[in-house]
Design a protein. Sequence first.
Lengths: 297, 140
Amino acid sequence: MASPLRLQVHGAPAAAAEDGWARVVESFAAAEGALSRFRDDSDLTRLNRAAGSGMVVPAGEHLYRAISTADRARRVTDGRFDARVLVDLERLGDPGAPLPPGPLAAAPGPGGIVRRPRQRAIGLDRPHDLGGIGKGLALRWAWRRLAPLQAVASGVLLEAGGDLVAGGAPVGEPTWSVGIEDPRGGDEPLGVIAVRDGAVCTSSVARRAWRAPDGRPVHHLVDPRSGESGGDGLLAVTVAGPDPAWAEVWSKALFLAGSRAIGDLARARGLAAWWVEVDGTLRMTPAARSRTAWLAE
Amino acid sequence: MTTDRKPAHLAVALGLTTGVYAASLAAVTSLQASHDRAAAAGRSPVSAAVGALGDANDRLSGGIEASVAGYEAAAAGYRALTDDLAALEEGLADLGGAVGAVRGSMAALPSRVALPAVGRATSRTAAPSTQASTGASGGP
């Protein structure tokens, strides 16, 4: 994740805000230690190194929940979201912590996952990249730990690298105002979303784009159906919803639908989604329009 | 000398005969009453059964009358439902005609409408201040 964190607190004592910040830092550190594929000592790296071996290894609570949620997200999104894209990411030139080479054997179980809930143990058929859901889960977990702060504050907003979750509103304001960044650059947002209680997450190719070993321009949003960078015709997708993990999942899944299918998919799911096409046009679903406070002309 | 003899033996004979007859009649009457009592006692269960059968018949008649009334009510409801369905069918037929008319109108509409050029009359509003922004994250 390695995302910059920011906590805004309105209408609460300073001591409560400082306690909340300590909880956020602690929670994100625990999530990072469990879910990062870049750290050599993370729980995920340890699990990925056993992938394909048929071994079922103990996983920590965070990792077990994350793998379970990612597997559910794969099913709910009809396979558009799939954490089993790490091999493709590394092939495209985005390596994480070193993994053992060799052919990967498929393990039995739905989605190639074997789960032993009582032992909190997991076996994977393929290495996983939890980057598409890890930040949302970290926000969810940290937000739960902020319950004491939310009880005394008029408004709390927690940001982690472009994704956020908010409760209440600043003093004197009806809602939080969240700008949608222009993925082409520029200081002015493309739109402003009114958020009171909920999460907003964005998947974008404005950063984390590079050239593959064969010279092709690629980015980090890999379509599990093709193994290549996806999202034809799109630069960014923003989704608002009650939970940051699912908002992040849907922002990825909608992005990978591409500009032709994203509108129908988002409307069919009733999602509040905004997307920026390659020409800079901002489009949105009806559910998103009702939450939009301002649009750039 | 002639002696007037009263026929006392006739009176005695008549009395005795009458007494025998009365006794016989009393005995026969007693026997008849006893027999009648026995017959009545023998008929008592049959009378009770006949009474119960009558009650059951009355109840069955009441049930049949109630069933007939229910059947008539159901028949009336079915007739009303049939009328409603007929009305609904007529409404659907009208709606189908309206949809067809709308489709025809849609087909008649031009695919593009040339709007006259309009001079920009509104001033551009600046973005409101925001407390946060959502976008791409820089970290891995």
